[in-house]
Design a protein around this ligand. Structure first.
Ligand code: DQA
Length: 154
């Protein structure tokens, strides 16, 4: 099975970017961000699988399906914007825990500068790194960051 280099998982309400609170999340749509990620991946010679769901269990399944060499869509690295499930989901925590490659938690906004309930992150406990507060550049910085980890793995 050909391995994808990166699985990028996006959680609930991120499909509404562009119209959703642009003062916090910026004017880009999720499609704009996907296109920018694809362009950067192409430049860097990386393959990428993009996933968005508003449903927690579908996100878990997407991660499971890429978690192992023997999975249907194995991926070498994981970038996850769990959106609101970041702060609530033990199921996503468990799924990221079983993912075998490096993982990076990302957010468009700086969650520590917002409501207190956003300070808790189940993703931070299991991801190798965190990038947040840079809008769509959080995604691009994460691709650059994880590529170093993938290269180190050989
Ligand atoms: C978010 C931050 C979360 O707290 C929020 O629930 C989101 C988006 C971000 O990218 O800034 O939906 O993950």
């Amino acid at each position: 099975m050909m391995k994808t280099d990166l699985l990028i998982v996006n959680g609930p309400n991120l499909n509404m970017l562009g119209t959703r609170e642009p003062g916090i999340y910026g004017a880009d749509t999720l499609e704009d961000i996907e296109a920018a990620c694809r362009q950067l991946c192409e430049q860097m010679g990386l393959t990428m699988r993009w996933f968005q769901s508003n449903i927690e269990g579908e996100m878990v399944t997407a991660i499971q399906e890429s978690a192992f060499e023997t999975s249907p869509h194995p991926a070498r690295g994981l970038i996850i914007n769990g959106a609101a499930y970041t702060h609530t989901s033990i199921a996503l925590y468990d799924a990221v825990q079983l993912f075998q490659g490096p993982s990076i938690e990302i957010h468009l906004s700086n969650t520590h500068a917002r409501e207190a309930f956003r300070k808790q992150s189940f993703m931070s406990l299991v991801c190798d790194g965190i990038i947040q507060g840079f809008g769509r550049d959080s995604y691009l910085l994460a691709i650059r960051g994880i590529s170093g980890k993938l290269a180190a793995q050989g």
